[in-house]
Design a protein around this ligand. Structure first.
Ligand code: ATP
Ligand code: MG
Length: 262
């Protein structure tokens, strides 16, 4: 049986659809023959616009793969992916690169800051590369919200881990992307710096209407999200709305090592 592909659309009068990114029957396999690994197995997913979504699941369950496929950083074996109203599966490289540049922000665990640039220059780098004018008012608001106003002239080596990660967060936000993806963005931070960054991500959703997707192993980090998706063996096996650290922890306990309900 085939299911019709339905993906929520904007009304055509400038109104934006409620879905910032979507995947239908997304399958991603690596290798072939005996070494073939199915990292994603016919996944259907909708990422709500203006919401904070966390992706959890055991190591190897496909979290990073799902995020990379949704962000157009990796191609799918089969299935379809949309970012906003644009289908990215089958898109030509040049157009995809442009879409990634204009519509998607990334926060990696390792920050990915350029050591020779100061904080302000790191934040505006993607826009400078794209030849886009920096909206100063927005830049100031983002910098103020992340609490970096006094650190803009500092280089990454002169900043703490938490501050560097906040620069990476500000860089992702400054370009006003449709959607921000973070792969364990607080994984390298101590709990205080992690809480600062997570609090900021939460505020950017509440106050600035940002859409965020974050992979995390940490129930406390997941509790900042509006919704948690649980992956196991390349499938979405569960989800939870309005998570708390306790409810996420309870849910994790009810899965065995491979993520199945025991
Ligand atoms: N480039 C690759 N080549 C072959 N197999 C890969 C590749 N990337 C990922 N895989 C496999 O796909 C599966 C999913 O990997 P993925 O990195 O998405 O897991 P993850 O949930 O992000 O895990 P972790 O929590 O450890 O980061 C794993 O079995 C992994 O070994
Ligand atoms: Mg991963």
């Amino acid at each position: 049986m085939t299911t019709a592909v339905t993906i929520p659309r904007s009304g055509g009068n400038g109104e934006r659809s409620a879905v910032a990114a979507a995947g239908r029957s997304v399958t991603k396999a690596y290798g072939a023959g005996e070494t073939r690994v199915v990292a994603l197995d016919t996944v259907d997913v909708d990422i709500a616009r203006g919401k904070f979504t966390a992706i959890m699941g055991p190591s190897g369950s496909g979290k990073s793969t799902l995020m990379h496929c949704l962000a157009g950083l990796d191609t799918v074996t089969s299935g379809r992916i949309w970012v906003g109203d644009s289908e990215i599966t089958g898109m030509k490289d040049k157009k995809l690169t442009q879409l990634r540049r204009d519509k998607i922000g990334f926060i990696f665990q390792s920050f990915n800051l350029l050591p020779t640039l100061n904080a302000a220059e790191n934040i505006t780098l993607p826009m400078d590369i794209a030849g886009r004018k920096v909206d100063r008012e927005w830049f100031d608001r983002v910098v103020e919200t992340v609490g970096l106003a006094g650190r803009l002239k500092h280089r990454p080596t002169q900043l703490s881990g938490g501050q560097q990660q906040r620069v990476a967060v500000a860089r992702a936000l400054a370009a006003r992307p449709e959607i921000i993806f973070g792969d364990e963005p607080t994984g390298n931070l101590d709990s205080r710096a992690g809480a600062e960054v997570l609090g900021f991500l939460r505020r950017s959703v509440d106050d600035l209407g940002q859409t965020i997707v974050m992979v995390t192993h940490d129930p406390v980090a997941a509790s900042y999200a509006d919704r948690v998706l649980y992956l196991a063996d390349g499938r979405i096996v569960d989800e939870m709305a309005n998570p708390t650290a306790d409810s996420v922890l309870e849910r994790m306990k009810s899965f065995d090592g491979r993520g199945r309900t025991s």
